[in-house]
Design a protein. Sequence first.
Length: 292
Amino acid sequence: MTPDALLDRDATELKARLSLRARLSHRLSRHVPTAPALPHLHGPMVSITFDDVPDTACSTGAALLDAHGAKGTFYVSRTLLGTATEHWRVAGVEALADIHRRGHEIGCHTHDHSLVPTLDAGDFAADIGRNRDAFAALVPGLTLENFAFPYGYASLAAKRVLSRTYGSGRSIVPGLNTGRIDRYFLRANPLFDRCLDAGLLARLMDEAVARNGWVVFFGHDVAEGASPYGCSPGLLEATLSAAGRRGIPVVSIAEGMARARGIAGERCPIEEASRQSSETSVRLAEGGPRDP
């Protein structure tokens, strides 16, 4: 089955699981805020996030971020840990504990990887509470602070719950976060080989600089021959390098939220020497984005 056919199949199956009321709630959640907007940003930011956390996101993905002095956010569901899917094996507790010790953020992706619009407010609150408690027990010192909607589907009820329990909610609706930013529906762009080319990457970065915007990316596995939902190491390297050339800090969602609220200390941009070393050691896949 081709990547496009896989994506079409999965999208059709997801829609079949949603009632008309759930679909309407998701659509409304894109436009109706449930908390005060974030203040206007004082400078551009980039965040790299990974959903479900395949083992290659923890290994190859985190290593590339580390090489650039950057930190990512890895959204996890307790029931997925250590399982094998059609496309990848999900990382285990040890790998998550390791990247947490290295300064990367672990975020919440529900406990059961639930399709959020199918849950009422009480069930959703109980689910994300179980996930937070489970990871607090599994990884000492870990508190899940930010959330990403599984499959990208949100609801107004869930956004209201999040406004009392988590710092942000990330969607998969593409675009730039700028102006009056809905913290419980952060826009995010697919870090997929089939979706992100050099031209789009350059436009997103340049627009972030011009408008003091926050570019959030989301992906899954990081491997040569990645799944339709993932990227090659070359694409991740190109994304980090594009931010570095423009002096845009690459921060976790937690750090981005802190900067947006004006309570974070400034961190140094990606260091030039590290960037040059990484660029010469990592070859982009043939035909992939180059020097956007």
